[in-house]
Design a protein around this ligand. Structure first.
Ligand SMILES: Nc1ncnc2c1ncn2[C@@H]1O[C@H](COP(=O)(O)OP(=O)(O)OP(=O)(O)O)[C@@H](O)[C@H]1O
Ligand SMILES: [Mg+2]
Length: 329
């Protein structure tokens, strides 16, 4: 049982992480008391609708919350060490070396004016202190590894000469170059069409198999997470509503929000059949004006009086299947 790995010291432990933004519109909490543990050789999937705080949570792990956001409470332990207490230099060492990240939009991460080769070798020279000719050989090796044919030729090309899928492969090559222990993948396939999406996810799965690296895979697509994650956290309005083993959470969802999310995606056997999908009625709340009690209560079909009074905590400790809902009892 893969769950046993939870008894070891986790690679990453997030405790009560709270990230806030203060701007003219007011104050909002993009991540609200998030708790998660990530063992070695494990994939955590994070799902939730747009704006629920997936990217902000992920970025906060590397100290990359966009201005004016900041971590206002909680701690992030990387192999037992508090990331927020690290010096800039220590954090730089971990970022891109022990922990790598691939972002939602690959075009924004590759510099259009430098060739692919320059960008990969630059990273190898700066992060891994490789010499020029060695970095060049390694870049070829990396491109071949992520399934790019004629890597020597590709190294001389510029980002605009590559397809979206190929650019994402380059991003993955850069991310895995340092053999990180953890890869943060923020919607790595959202911008791609479905067949390319599968290829990229398979590539990531192969790399994980080979290296034993852990991954946090963020997606608004429950299907993507179901196929790729061992463990799942479902976020809504900055909070984790449900989390646990992926099979348990996705096959036996307890939270009305998770049930709603799953109802809103077509099951393979239903494709082409009658019976409309039922999206969750209503919209996620504006984070500057959260409703009282449970943030999902205004949309919840099971809402009770209590739900408007208290915001529930997850009812069971990790790695058990936990749910933050009073209806569940
Ligand atoms: N630079 C910013 N300034 C102010 N608020 C921000 C900023 N970035 C994010 N937010 C707020 O934080 C919340 C969480 O944003 P985040 O990008 O984490 O959402 P997400 O779950 O990744 O959504 P998506 O699926 O669309 O990528 C948003 O509702 C947004 O209002
Ligand atoms: Mg995002």
């Amino acid at each position: 049982m893969k769950h046993e790995v939870f008894s070891e010291t986790p690679l990453l432990e997030i405790q009560d992480l709270t990230v806030g933004f203060a701007d003219r519109r007011g104050f909002l909490m993009a991540a609200n008391r998030v708790n998660l543990r990530l063992p070695k050789n494990y994939t955590l999937g994070v799902v939730g609708e747009s704006g629920c705080g997936k990217s902000v949570t992920l970025r906060s792990l590397l100290g990359l919350v966009p201005y004016p956001g900041e971590v206002i409470a909680g701690s992030i332990l990387w192999m037992g060490q508090d990331i927020q207490k690290m010096s800039k230099k220590e954090l730089e060492r971990i970022r891109g070396k022990e922990i790598s990240m691939i972002f939602q939009d690959p075009t924004s991460c590759l510099n259009p004016v430098f060739s692919i080769g320059d960008q990969i070798t630059e990273m190898l020279r700066v992060k891994l202190k490789m010499q020029r000719h060695k970095a060049f050989d390694r870049a070829i090796e990396l491109l071949a590894h992520v399934g790019i044919s004629s890597p020597e030729r590709r190294l001389t090309e510029y980002p605009h000469q590559l397809s979206g899928g190929m650019r994402q492969r380059v991003m993955i090559a850069i991310a895995i170059a340092s053999q990180p222990k953890l890869l943060l993948a923020d919607e790595p396939t959202t911008a791609l069409d479905v067949t390319i999406q599968d290829q990229i996810l398979n590539l990531l799965a192969n790399i994980r198999e080979e290296t034993g690296m852990s991954m946090i895979l963020v997606s608004h697509d429950v299907g993507v997470v179901a196929q790729n994650a061992d463990y799942v956290a479902v976020m809504y309005a900055g909070q984790i509503m449900e989390r646990g083993n992926a099979q348990d959470v996705l096959h036996n969802p307890r939270h009305p929000y998770t049930r709603g999310l799953l109802n809103a995606i077509p099951k393979i056997e239903q494709v082409g059949q009658s019976g409309p999908l039922e999206p969750i009625p209503g919209q996620p709340p504006n984070l500057t004006e959260l409703p009282p009690g449970c943030p999902f209560q205004p949309r919840c079909p099971y809402v009770k009086d209590d739900c408007t009074k208290v915001s529930m905590e997850l009812d069971r400790p990790e790695p058990e299947h936990g749910t933050a809902c009073c209806f569940v009892e």
